[in-house]
Ligand binder design. Structure first.
Ligand SMILES: Nc1ncnc2c1ncn2[C@@H]1O[C@H](COP(=O)(O)OP(=O)(O)OP(=O)(O)O)[C@@H](O)[C@H]1O
Ligand SMILES: [Mg+2]
Length: 335
């Protein structure tokens, strides 16, 4: 295996992050999460770009310092090229290009979703093929992974992502943004069988989460009309029941895919993989199907640069470099 030290940069949404990966091992993983968006209940793209501009150089310097690495020791710079917010991607990509030009390094443009999958390869050997449930703020997919660089999307959401179902549901319940972690916390004190929410009809491995959010809206309107304090008294039960249905929708399709594709291992990744109930239920599949189940450490679930560096490392080994003229992209590009 060739010697390599890779700087990973992530700026696709509202986290500015840098990581150093040396010969496949993470030496530093720094993330500056932007708090400015909380007051708006969602990410404001222009504010995100500006915050990336302020944060990106300090975050890279912190990562280099933590790893005890200088710019001169780098072998390549890996950066999220897409999909994501255009202005946010431009900040990371242009900083990466500048560093590559200044230090004569190869640029590695990384697909953000492949990076979420690369998080599964951090600090472990993965037996392939792996069936991966990718659940993030903007995407929900079942991906069949044959090598760290070769993957096929088996199913995806027709409308909202699982993360959006959590965030939009949380907003309806008056919880802060991003709502996923708050629903997770409240659900721990609630009864998941207290209320029922419907699953959507979809093609076999596809998902749909816009219906459950609308059913939560009508459910809350109905109950609050007859009891204005309904949410104050029933919040944990509503969170637990709503979360249960999202997880059931995810795992029902994923289990069908396990039975069809018979992978050697299964992986759970993306921001929603931080959900405690989902993690627990996913691990149950390990025994049920006598299969290896992999879930990244919490710091590698939501957006981070370690996963970008890891995806970049796989590309580096394949000499899969990117032109310095490359532009960010917003379409899902995954092969
Ligand atoms: N404990 C949790 N339970 C449920 N959802 C969670 C939890 N922690 C984070 N999330 C959700 O994860 C999402 C953020 O994940 P991530 O950072 O991967 O998304 P993104 O990068 O914005 O989207 P994408 O990766 O699709 O471009 C948010 O929707 C957030 O609510
Ligand atoms: Mg993400």
């Amino acid at each position: 295996m060739s010697l390599s030290t890779i700087l990973g940069i992530e700026s696709s949404c509202d986290d500015t992050a840098a990581a150093i990966l040396c010969n496949g091992k993470i030496l530093a993983n720094i993330t500056a999460t932007q708090t400015v968006h909380a007051q708006y209940g969602g990410v404001v793209p222009e504010l995100a770009s500006r915050a990336h501009q302020s944060n990106i150089i300090p975050v890279i310097e912190m990562a280099l310092a933590k790893a005890h690495i200088t710019m001169d020791e780098l072998s390549a710079v890996a950066v999220t090229q897409g999909p994501g917010l255009m202005g946010s991607l431009l900040v990371g990509l242009n900083v990466a290009k500048g560093l590559c030009i200044a230090k004569d390094l190869p640029l590695i443009g990384v697909n953000h979703l492949q990076a979420h999958i690369a998080a599964l390869f951090i600090d472990r050997d993965v037996s392939l093929p792996m069936l991966c449930l990718l659940v993030s703020g903007g995407h929900t997919q079942i991906v069949y992974v044959t090598t760290p660089m070769t993957m096929e999307i088996i199913g995806s959401t027709c409308d909202d992502a699982a993360g959006e179902a959590f965030d939009k549901g949380a907003k309806l319940m008056g919880l802060p943004y991003p709502g996923g972690p708050f629903i997770d916390q409240h659900a721990k004190n609630g009864n998941p069988l207290a209320f029922g929410f419907p699953d959507s009809q979809t093609k076999e491995f596809d998902f749909s989460f816009s219906g459950i959010k609308t059913s939560l809206l009508y459910f809350l309107q109905k109950h609050i009309a007859s009891d204005p304090l309904f949410l104050e008294t029933h919040l944990p039960d509503v969170c637990a029941s709503y979360q249960r249905q999202i997880i059931m929708s995810l795992l029902k399709r994923f289990e069908k895919a396990i039975q069809r594709f018979k992978p050697v291992s299964i992986g759970l990744t993306g921001g929603v993989s931080a959900n405690s109930e989902l993690r627990q239920k996913f691990l149950v599949l390990e025994q049920k199907y006598a299969i290896t189940a992999i879930i990244p450490e919490l710091e590698f679930c939501t957006d981070n640069a370690a996963m970008v560096a890891m995806a970049g490392y796989h590309q580096y080994l394949n000499r899969d470099f990117t032109s310095l003229c490359a532009l960010p992209y917003n379409r899902v590009k995954q092969s």
